[in-house]
Design a protein around this ligand. Sequence first.
Ligand code: PEP
Ligand code: MG
Length: 755
Amino acid sequence: MDTPRVTGHREALRRLRLVMAGSGSAEERLAEIVRIIAAEMSAEVCSIYVLRVGDILELFATQGLNPDSVHVTRLQVGEGLVGTIALTAEPLNLPDAQQHPDFSYRPETGEEAFSSLLGVPVVRGGRVRGVLVIQHRDQRTYSDEEAEALEIIATVIAELIASGDLVKEDDRYLAGDGLAFRSGRMAGVSVNEGFAVGEAVLHAPNISIRQIFADDIDVEHERLRDAMTAMHTALDELLSSSSLHGAGEHQDVLDTYRRFARDRGWLRRIREGIDSGLTADTAVQQVREDTVARMRRVSDPYIRERLTDLEDIATRLMLHLGGEVLNRDLPDDIVLVARNLGPAELLDYDSSRLRGLVTEDGTATSHVSIIARALGIPVVGKVDGVMRNVDTGDRIIVDGDNAQVFVRPSEDIEAHMTETLRAREQRRSLYASMRGLKTVTRDHVDISLNINCGILADMQWLEETGADGVGLYRTEIPFMVRSEFPDLAQQTRIYREVLERADGKPVYFRTLDIGGDKQLPYLDANDDPNPALGWRSIRVGLDRPGMLRQQLRAMLHAAAGRDLYVMFPMIAEVAEFKKALRVLEMERARMGRHIAEPPAKLFVGAMLEVPGLVWQLDALLPLTDFLSIGSNDLFQFMFATDRGNPRVSDRYDVLSPGMFAVIRDVVGRCYSAGVPVSLCGEMAGRPIEAMSLLGLGIRSLSLSPSLFGAVKAMTLTVNTEELRAYIDTLMTAPDHSLRRKLSAYAHDHGVVLES
Ligand code: PEP
Ligand code: MG
């Protein structure tokens, strides 16, 4: 069972499991369960309401309320506090429950004596099956830990209710199917773009444990050893036979995973569990639950990833110990829904049927996201509560572009979305047919369109889109998926592979942009109060020159005989750029002494992301071979608006006179200095923004590969000279946003703006 454990309530859970595994009718067990919970949580009342057909919640067991009210007290879903908990599927924590507007008085229960109430929904498979409540006489606010413990206990009860024993067929009422949550849209973050429609498959391996305590400890150790061996063999097979061939960061992820499967500390803890009298299965389960509980407390994304891997491996090990997995009858269009899952778990699913992935936890750099990206499926991460809201078999739409999922969509929504998907496919083939066309505007201006890449698997898009090159290669991912710094050979191998796949097209390697929210565990712990403005990016590189040198050395070696483009991120002043240049020069000189083959040509540039640099361009440009505008950070700093905070990130518009003034000024200075300038932030991938950039004089863009076709279609239909003249008239407008005006312009002038 997927039950996170809370320290301090282990005993309650242990006793509950014993009851669950014991004999006696389901009702007797339920009665025993409320007694245990009341005792363990020092509650004066503990009651369980079970959902019956007709959306009725019936009191099935109580400790503390009038025993005669069992099977007598019934509430409609939505009625009273219990009904509200079932309806909203949200807990209620009330110091004075009777003052709550939804309180409904049931005299037969005798509950008027109790003031405080903590109630949680009993949820299984995305459906509410009942409600679990504790009450106290005094007015108290239950702690977060108590609330969490009750939720965990509710998951144990959910198993009992779902077993079907509780309500017999000849009973007066049949058990309800459970209350499906409302259909609707759930928002998350976009981890991988794209769009998919399919059937939800909940990734919650439901493993049953047959025996809790060991009959013979030696036998259990032996079972563990055998299961470990079988698991390693099976894992090696799975990882080598998966559909992901060839080198790439995804291989690093899988290697790291393999190492974790051999983690000694983890194994030791399982052995200790066996020594204390548990069966191997229970010991693994206990360590797995520990992992989940720890995961909940850790905010560091890197460590969360490690723990996810360990949890995944524990599940796998339990299967090898003979546990049974339910729900393996999978549909043809799988949309996998998971709290988070390890990379190998994703590969367990048939990739030809896998359409999309939705996670409660995962971020763009989580291991599974990297694998999902390599498989080319859309992923929406950080969808809060999705596991509770979705059941296996539900229709679900994953919209990776707009960071949203639609659960059990109405026919209208599904038809609309399917139509969008079809139209998108049509546009894709249209864009594919434009692949061979020269990227030139209506007024015959050549535009360079490039793609942004972050992992090796992205390099395939260079060929598919027909892009001119890779305008931004974010190098940080291999650093984030490892447990130690990748060494020179590993880095060289990655950069060489990138250059080989680029096949002569330019690749602009950006040096490490870590720090802030992208922590590496093997680097000094960083608790910057304001990470975006903290110790990040080139600041880290200059303070740890050994690290920067090693990366530059790897790039120089990898380039051997080919052109190399290096750009330094987050440059805030000229002196900083000069320091970074010196490090590069040192490495170049060192290379000369070691008679390694140098790059054919070396181009060095800066990213313009810090507004202060705009006023130093006259001094900077003579030192650079190119300038790349990182509009994501530039915008966040110009408008003092955190790009990662949805409350403010959309407050201002990049299509505004202030942003235009800066970009036009930068472009003008670069032209005067004869330094090529491009833009590689998200702006470049949105057709209307990209159009505006061409009107502001930008001639080179670098964007996400999935948006390439749309931006190319815009480029082929715009007249930059006419647009420039129009934008000139907008520069002094007092508008918050120029979006409507620019969109009207595009419409009137036949500029294609579709994504
Ligand atoms: C940017 O800031 O615009 C940029 C391209 O860099 P990143 O999004 O990786 O910070
Ligand atoms: Mg940036």
